[in-house]
Design a protein around this ligand. Structure first.
Ligand code: FES
Length: 75
């Protein structure tokens, strides 16, 4: 489980699929490790359109998940 209130800034690779953890129970934040099975949540699966650095939401409150939209600044 993550208590992070900041984005995870990391590199993603073009055409690779990612599963962003939405339930906050994963031990491999910000990505899914299957822990959502014990919750009502599902990961957000997305495919990178380019290899680039991104800021993935760590607070789980972004309105633009899986990406950080700055909401963590208000928490
Ligand atoms: S970490 Fe920035 S909105 Fe969640």
């Amino acid at each position: 489980m993550s208590n992070q209130k900041e984005p995870h800034v990391l590199d993603i690779k073009k055409d690779k699929n990612y599963a962003w953890c939405q339930c906050n129970e994963s031990d491999t934040q910000p990505f899914c490790d299957g822990s959502h099975a014990k919750t009502d949540h599902q990961p957000i699966v997305f495919k990178a359109d380019a290899s680039k650095e991104v800021a993935l939401c760590g607070c789980k409150q972004s309105k633009n998940a899986p990406y950080c939209d700055g909401t963590h600044l208000t928490l």
